[in-house]
Design a protein around this ligand. Structure first.
Ligand code: HMG
Length: 402
């Protein structure tokens, strides 16, 4: 370990389910001008999860990629996992943490802590910040943070074009090989009724216009606080990644600041923002993982940014909590990002017709089902799958049984 300890993201991996819907097809089916989705919202495709991929299965499929690629250093850090954090707002149980399933089904040593965090889309950042503090206190240990969600608003709903599904897994350790997490952070909480999901509701309740306003207000609040705390200007950032409910909204948050800064900075931040949302355009909103999918997209498309480049990170979770912090890139981070593996997942996806999408969307585990077999009717090739409900308990395939 070096004299000055740094902590942050050592490894990351992303999983998307094997089905997608083209936004043009959704626009035609809903009688909407396709330009609204392509330009007004800024989305091209939307990931759709089959019943075999609940948020635990998707989280497992993201996390196992970290174990599959283990070299010697990885293995030491993977063996050092002593805490597993599962971030989700579409978790599978009101009581039991998704992290417990992960701990059992991944090749993780016995005797770890595990729990779930929730605050809408902010959950992934809550997990990352907690993990960073934990490793600062326990430098020889690592933390696995998994952010996984299935964003569903309902067929024909206002939020339908902003759906998506997927998971991001991050290994947090000392001397991270991808990026160090900044010591300074600006954060804000306020009770806002923009998006929430009461315990008995299948889909979230959303005030669309208020949610857009709250997102932009929280960006302004936390970004200006961060600049004040660090005595920085926007020109100090190499790139800024934002939570991405849809790609147009982060661009809207940045726009007034880009109008006000020098031309070179505006051009750079705008170019890197587009790189950072290019995967999000193809996946949609994955709630807790959206900001980290965007980071992954930036790093996959720009593998040669200078060491110590500062990446601004804006996290927003409705309800609402916002946080602005930054990451400093590690030397050689580009070799750690498994771009090809993710690109293979994207291209292998089956494109659904609108009828197939609607049918798949409506497939559900019967409410209050105590016993139910989940058949793989759609030929989901993913390694981990939800197999059954046995006496109310979810059972997953266990390909890596210890
Ligand atoms: P809507 O009513 O379908 O669309 O709602 P709109 O009228 O607001 O139009 C969207 C944009 O398309 C507008 O641009 C239009 O001008 C443009 P803007 O004014 O925003 O710049 N437009 C067109 N552009 C080109 N050609 C055309 C055209 N027509 C219109 N022909 C909304 C859209 C996003 C509100 C809806 O889909 C929704 O409610 N989604 C869910 C909520 C959401 O995503 N909110 C975002 C902020 S909250 C957040 O980020 C948290 C979240 O991730 C949850 C969590 O934290 O857990 C959602």
């Amino acid at each position: 370990m070096s004299d000055v300890m740094t902590v942050g993201i050592d490894q990351m991996a992303v999983y998307v389910p094997p089905f997608k819907l083209e936004m043009g097809d959704l626009a035609s089916a809903r009688g909407v001008d396709p330009k609204k989705f392509e330009l007004g919202i800024g989305q091209d495709e939307m990931a759709v999860a089959p019943l075999t991929q609940d948020t635990v299965a998707m989280g497992l499929n993201a996390a196992i990629q970290l174990f599959d690629r283990a070299d010697k250093v990885d293995q030491q850090r993977l063996d050092a996992i002593s805490l597993v954090i599962f971030a989700s707002e579409t978790g599978v149980d009101h009581s039991k943490a998704g992290a417990v399933f992960l701990t059992d089904l991944l090749p993780i040593k016995q005797g770890v802590r595990s729990f779930e965090v929730k605050q809408a889309c902010y959950g992934g950042t809550a997990g990352l910040q907690l993990a960073t503090s934990y490793v600062l206190q326990h430098p020889e240990e690592s933390v696995l943070v998994v952010a996984s969600d299935n964003a569903k608003y309902g067929l024909n709903s206002g939020g339908e074009p902003t759906q998506g599904a997927g998971a991001v897994a991050m290994l947090i350790s000392h001397d991270p090989r991808i990026a160090k997490v900044s010591d300074v952070s600006a954060y804000h909480t306020a009770d806002v009724a923009d998006f929430w999901r009461p315990i008995d509701q299948e889909y979230p309740l959303v005030d669309g216009p208020l949610s857009k306003k709250a997102y932009l207000d929280f960006f302004n609040d936390t970004f200006t606080s961060f600049l004040g705390l660090t005595y920085q200007t926007i020109a100090d950032f190499t790139a800024i990644c934002c939570h991405v409910p849809y790609t147009k909204l982060g661009a809207k948050a940045l726009a007034p600041y880009l109008d006000d800064c020098d031309e070179e900075t505006a051009k750079r931040l705008s170019h890197y923002y587009q790189q950072a949302v290019s995967y999000n355009r193809l996946v949609g909103n994955i709630y807790t993982g959206s900001l980290y999918l965007s980071l992954f997209s930036l790093l996959a498309h720009e593998p040669n940014l200078a060491p110590d480049s500062e990446i601004g990170m804006f996290s927003y979770g409705s309800g609402a909590v916002g946080e602005f912090f930054s990451l400093y890139l590690s030397k050689g981070y580009g070799q750690e990002i498994q771009k090809h593996r993710f690109a293979e997942q994207l291209t292998a996806r089956n494109t659904l017709t609108i009828d197939e999408y609607e049918a798949l969307f409506e497939e559900k585990i019967p409410t209050k089902a105590k016993d139910f077999v989940v058949t793989n009717d759609h030929h989901d090739p993913s390694e981990y799958q939800l197999k059954a409900i046995n006496n109310g308990h979810r059972v997953y395939s266990n390909p890596k049984k210890r």
